[in-house]
Design a protein around this ligand. Structure first.
Ligand code: NAP
Ligand code: HSE
Length: 426
């Protein structure tokens, strides 16, 4: 019998508990022995829960899990940095294998945690940390192992994809769509992590580490969120043949890993444009396999619990049959991260300008002097005395675009730069 200590019984923890109960016989036959939940750590033992549970399993004392010699496997589903980090570290130090859905911890402390696991001869699994129910960690480590992975594009945050879908399809305001995403259990306990792009950045950092066997310093990843996206941007994107997605991008280049998270215009006929609601997708290119897309539910109780339980089965087999994790160190190299100023993109710019003769010429002069060439200029309906102007550039280095934006301050007729969004042709 494999004895499990669960840390957390929220959205995902409850799903894991239910699956372990519902499929206990099936799981036993897959592993060769049964799984038993020995203790569950929660913050508040008196809280009303939406599942029937034997109250004696619950505890508010972490020692009941971490110092319990009966427990072989610790499943961390608390989330956030602390105390989850200390709990996982202690579990590993105490010779317990760990399963976690915590992308922040793996992105920030992956090398240390894996080193500790290796020293203690135990394993740490984190399939649910990226893209909820979609299997991607094990496929990257095993199924695509014959490939040199060259690039990864991902819609990796269910909450923001849900919000952008509601804004696009129904014209809903961001705040209202966020409340619904929270109600459905997609959002982090601090949803600013979703909205700001940080959650997707942790996930693309994890995928990049595995794909290129490199350390990725999360502090160096360029991150922008969806805070500034307005319905007007979505409508203009549609007119131009694009949709707006929060895109996680990772490309292996000779100048380092081009890794970033930001909203992007993507062509409406690209497969990623059809990923709606809390669904996620990973579109990657390997030198042998070519293009592959993996698609599924990126957040929510049971999709995420599905990935956690898959890891529990894997860890359970190892514990029962005594075979170690043979996948080895994924942090072998340090390829570095490409500076965003050197990345080339085309850009959508939405400006508010005073409706005066010569203003377009002044804007074009600044852009031209900074090597930014225009693919199109659209002047939207007149709202005197201020009119919206949309510019789409050809491919240009980010530093030249930013220099132009800085110089726009000298053009008195520019009232506001309302938005700047990269256009990814994928
Ligand atoms: P959640 O609903 O907020 O649940 C957190 C659980 O942890 C609750 O049971 C809470 O106890 C317990 N907890 C929180 N702080 C604690 C502390 N200091 N000491 C002891 N217990 C504590 O979170 P979740 O949505 O299940 O997410 C869990 C993890 O899965 C996170 O790492 C998240 O990023 C990841 N994840 C979530 C999803 C998703 O769709 N939700 C998808 C993929 C990955 P109480 O019940 O007593 O409050
Ligand atoms: N808050 C995360 C999301 C949960 O919305 O994608 C899944 O990691």
């Amino acid at each position: 019998m494999i004895k499990i200590g669960l840390l957390g019984l929220g959205t995902v923890g409850t799903g894991v508990y239910s699956i372990l109960e519902r499929h206990s016989e099936n799981l036993k036959s897959k592993i060769g022995t049964g799984l038993q939940i020995e203790k569950i750590l929660v913050r508040d033992i008196e809280k009303q829960r939406d599942i029937d549970i034997d109250g004696t399993l619950l505890t508010e004392k972490v020692e009941d899990v971490l110092e319990n010699p009966e427990i072989d496997l610790v499943v961390e589903l608390i989330g956030g940095e602390e105390p989850a980090y200390q709990y996982i570290l202690q579990a590993l130090k105490n010779g317990k294998s760990v399963v976690t859905a915590n992308k922040l911890l793996i992105a920030k402390y992956g090398p240390e945690l894996m080193k500790m696991a290796a020293e203690k001869g135990v394993s740490i699994y984190f399939e649910a940390s990226v893209a909820g129910g979609i299997p991607i960690i094990r496929p990257l480590r095993e199924s695509f192992a014959a490939n040199k992975i060259e690039r990864i594009f991902g819609i990796l945050n269910g909450t923001t994809n849900y919000i952008l879908t509601r804004m696009t399809k129904e014209g809903q305001e961001l705040d209202i769509a966020l409340k619904e995403a929270q109600r459905l259990g997609y959002a982090e306990s601090d949803p600013s992590s979703d909205i700001s792009g940080a959650d997707a950045a942790y996930k693309i950092a994890i995928l990049s580490s595995i794909a290129y066997e490199t350390v990725i310093d999360i502090e160096d990843v360029h991150i922008e969120g969806i805070e500034n996206i307005e319905i007007e941007d979505i409508e203009i994107a549609r007119e131009l043949g694009y949709v707006i997605k929060l895109l996680a991008i990772s490309k292996f280049t000779s100048k380092g890993v081009d890794i970033r998270v930001h909203p992007a215009f993507i062509p409406v006929n690209h497969p990623l444009a059809s990923v709606h609601d809390a669904y996620n997708a990973i579109y990657l290119h390997g030198d042998s396999v070519g293009d592959v897309m993996l698609y599924g539910q990126g957040a929510g109780r049971f999709p995420t619990a599905s990935a956690v339980v898959a890891d529990i089965i894997q860890a359970g087999k190892e514990i029962y049959h005594g075979s170690p994790d043979i996948n080895g160190n994924i942090y072998k190299n340090n390829h570095g991260i490409m500076d965003i100023s050197q990345v080339e993109n085309s850009f959508y710019l939405r400006l508010q300008v005073k409706d005066k003769p010569g203003v377009l010429a002044k804007i074009a002069e600044v852009l031209g002097r900074n090597q930014v060439s225009l693919a199109s200029v659209i002047q939207k309906h007149r709202q005197n005395p201020v009119v919206p102007i949309v510019l789409v550039t050809h491919q240009v280095k980010e530093e030249y675009l930013q220099k132009s934006i800085a110089e726009f301050k000298n053009i008195e007729e520019i009232v506001a730069v309302k938005n700047i969004i990269r256009v990814e042709e994928l």
